[in-house]
Ligand binder design. Structure first.
Ligand code: ZN
Length: 198
């Protein structure tokens, strides 16, 4: 990966963008903006400094024979589209069918967070979350559905407010067994038909 610029260089880049927008970065109201934007970027993109596999490493095997589906729905996230660098705001729903090992429920939310806090496209983020869960936890199956609004679609370009994009990735039992998939979709309040073309 390319060498990380200094904070000073990042702030200078923001001043350039302000001039590009047509304003004067030295006027009163904008004077502290480059520093604020640099700090905001540290927060928006904190996911680059975190290892998603590490988050899931601590699993619990004492599950007393629990082998039913585990679903965490409506995990809200904010990300940024890698084409326009504007927000993608949505919800992720994650399900898995454990194979003797489960992970703390807060870890699923953190997994979403790590991938959301990077420059993203929704399709890629959906695959990353599902595949990481499958690789680290080795369950009998994983399902991830993400629904999100892209501000690059709602505030510019085609201007389609209210449009949400739904993406999904089904692995193992969720891919092979329609009953398992339907059960998951019913829990998150979706039908198979809605996901037919994802
Ligand atoms: Zn975009």
């Amino acid at each position: 990966m390319a060498e990380r610029p200094t904070r000073q260089q990042a702030e200078e880049a923001v001043r350039t963008l302000i001039r590009w927008a047509g304003d004067d970065p030295s006027r009163e109201g904008l004077r502290d903006t480059p520093a604020r934007v640099a700090r905001a970027y540290e927060e928006f993109f904190a996911g680059y400094g975190q290892d998603p596999a590490e988050i899931l490493k601590r699993t619990f095997s004492e599950v007393e024979g629990y082998d039913e589906m585990i679903v965490m729905s409506d995990i809200r996230f904010e990300s940024h589209c890698e084409h326009h660098m504007v927000p993608i705001i949505g919800k992720a729903h994650i399900g898995y069918l454990p194979d003797h090992r489960v992970v703390g429920i807060s870890k699923l939310a953190r997994l979403v967070e790590v991938y959301a806090r990077r420059l993203q496209i929704q399709e890629k983020m959906t695959v990353q979350i599902a595949d990481t869960l499958q690789q680290v936890l080795r369950p009998k199956g994983v399902a991830v559905v993400i629904e999100a609004a892209h501000q690059c679609m709602t505030t510019r370009g085609v201007h389609k407010p209210g449009a949400t994009l739904v993406t999904s990735r089904m692995l193992g039992a969720f891919r092979d067994d329609p009953t398992t998939r339907r059960e998951f979709l019913a829990i998150i309040g979706r039908s198979s038909r809605e996901l037919a073309n994802t």
